[in-house]
Design a protein around this ligand. Structure first.
Ligand code: G6P
Length: 463
């Protein structure tokens, strides 16, 4: 078996706070003597063409620096101001600047040039996420004949949204240069298939644009997961208990409704707080009895749309406080800060309700982690958006349309009133599904699928 090479925009950092993906791939990378390749996090005037190789807690990581302008066009521009909003069906929040695409391509070329000299012929390459869609094309143009897989962590757009993306035809051609493309949900594969099946030659400035040939690329749903058993252990660890004790003291006997999300417009945070506001307005018996905690670490805050989401959330939270707070009772706490996994695991376990209501989401691992952290004898209730990939594997959550704040308010009422036997029955099924979809098996399934050499790309270079 060849080595495994993982490529993503960000590489795992030092310390125990690593995400589930890094934890899951670390062991496979060690077994297969592979390495992780990506951006160093550094912006420089003139980047070295070669990657710098370091050991990060036993993991071999190869990194390159980028110029500020290239990073802005590639990350802040094309990836996060065009692809991210469009793939999440928020065309109204997309900003299009024509030159960003060149920067996006340039960085992908730079990744390929620095990665190529590190490759052996039988290495298997696994590329992650929307920042790096062109990487297979760039590597193959340089002569790489390795098996290359791609995993999209975010939703795949419907054809209409895809057509609104500048250079979408090139992006789709780039996807066709992978041997395997993995997506989160059946919904995403269906959207992709709709695009691929209805590829009609169109015209652009009179020139015929050829449809993309996907016959050598497999596109398969591999829903990602977490390590729910590790979250169960973490939730009762001393580090978690420390946080729980502090929050319990403040809560007194109030029941906790918890949300944990990056501060991103796709997460539906203002709608979520509005639903909570409706619950308090409609059902006065909950006042003083419940408390909502929203943890929302800031994200991509150089982008205007993210600043606006933050401002909107400030306004909605302020309104709810002004409307319902009393000198001795606050309806909600809103913290714009990141917490480590032990603290989060403790909070998940303490919560009576986990409120996971993105407007659209690839998977949403908070749902998995919340389930993992519950006390099996007294579990909390998961309220989950129908538009998260997680809804396909967790039908026993209370599924809601996050745009419909009345429906979410009613789900909150149901969750708070749900009898213990129903909570246990729902959680038991949810936990079984979270365990079945654990992140270690996810990585194994993807890599097993990618393993057989299916295509020889030696004669398929772009001309
Ligand atoms: C999502 C994306 C990841 C990304 C993460 C954090 O989960 O799928 O690729 O790394 O958000 O966003 P950031 O822009 O800070 O890397």
């Amino acid at each position: 078996m060849g080595r495994l090479v993982v490529v993503s925009n960000r590489t795992p950092g030092k310390g125990p706070a690593a995400g589930g993906l890094a934890v899951a791939l670390r062991q496979t990378l060690a077994e297969r003597e592979g390495f992780w390749f990506g951006w160093s996090g550094k912006l420089v005037d003139i980047p070295e063409p070669h990657a710098q190789i370091t050991d990060i807690d036993g993991l071999t990581v190869a990194q390159i620096d980028l110029t500020r302008d290239d990073h802005q066009a590639y990350y802040g521009g094309y990836s996060n101001s065009i692809l991210w909003p469009s793939f999440h069906l928020r065309l109204d929040l997309a900003t299009i600047e024509a030159h960003w695409y060149e920067g996006y391509r340039r960085v992908n070329t730079q990744f390929a040039r620095a990665l190529l000299p590190l490759l052996k012929p039988d290495d298997v390459i696994w590329v992650h996420d929307y920042h790096l869609i062109p990487l297979a094309t760039e590597l193959r143009n340089l002569g790489a004949r390795n098996r290359i897989g791609f995993y999209l962590h975010i939703p795949f757009p419907t054809p209409d949204a895809l057509y609104a993306i500048p250079h979408h035809q090139e992006l789709m051609r780039d996807l066709s240069r992978y041997d395997l493309v993995g997506m989160q949900a059946n919904r995403d594969v269906a959207a992709f298939t709709e695009f691929a099946d209805h590829q009609t030659p169109s015209s652009l400035d009179g020139a015929r644009v050829h449809s993309v040939d996907f016959s050598r690329t497999e596109v398969v749903a591999f829903p990602i997961g977490s390590d729910p058993d590790a979250f169960a252990r973490l939730a009762v660890s001393p580090a978690a208990t420390k946080m729980v004790r502090r929050v319990e003291r403040t809560l007194a006997d109030q029941r906790l409704i918890l949300g944990v999300d990056r501060l991103d417009y796709s997460k539906g945070l203002p709608q979520r707080v509005e639903a909570y506001e409706k619950l308090l307005a409609n059902d006065s018996r909950f006042r003083r009895q419940i408390h909502m905690l929203q943890v929302a670490p800031p994200s991509r805050d150089a982008i205007k749309e993210y600043q606006e989401t933050s401002d909107t959330l400030d306004a909605v939270c302020g309104r709810v406080m002004g409307r319902f707070a009393e000198p001795d009772w606050q309806p909600l706490t809103y913290v714009k800060r990141a917490y480590g996994q032990p603290s989060l695991a403790g909070l998940y376990r303490l919560a009576s309700v986990g409120l996971v209501t993105p407007l659209r989401d690839g998977m949403n691992l908070v749902a998995h982690e919340f389930i993992g952290a519950q006390d099996p004898t007294d579990p909390g209730v998961l309220i989950l958006s129908r538009f998260a990939g997680a809804a396909e594997i967790f039908p026993d959550a209370l599924l809601v349309n996050p745009f419909d704040t009345d429906e979410t308010a009613e789900a909150l009422r149901m969750a708070l009133d749900m009898p213990l036997d129903e909570r246990i029955a729902r959680w038991t099924t949810l936990m079984a599904s979270a365990q079945k979809h654990n992140v270690t098996d996810w990585a194994k399934h993807f890599l097993d699928h990618l393993a057989p050499a299916k295509v020889d790309h030696s004669s398929t270079r772009d001309v």
